[in-house]
Write a new protein. Sequence first.
Length: 115
Amino acid sequence: MGPMNKYREKHCGADERANPCSRLFKVLASDQRLKILIMLKEGEKSSAEICEQLGLDPSVVSRHLTMMRNFRLIATRKEGNNLYYSIADPRILEIRELGKQIISDLYQWNLNKMD
């Protein structure tokens, strides 16, 4: 296994044969991860703040943060013993907004189809 395959396995999921776009959508296919991204849209947060606001166990939040960090959707900053998370690339939020627009359009299309 070459160094690039090791990178992909460690940072982007174990199935290196999967299309990178598929892996991105897999990362985004979690309500909890989407909620974290929405929280980070407001500004950087510590993992403790994320746990408190979402009411989730720290181990669950840590798993989600690690997955998003490995895919480079979020960035970290260390201050003392605390890690602070922020959006690494704001375009990731555009994907969510576009998804909401598509869902709304499909909903309207389905309503019109029923008339």
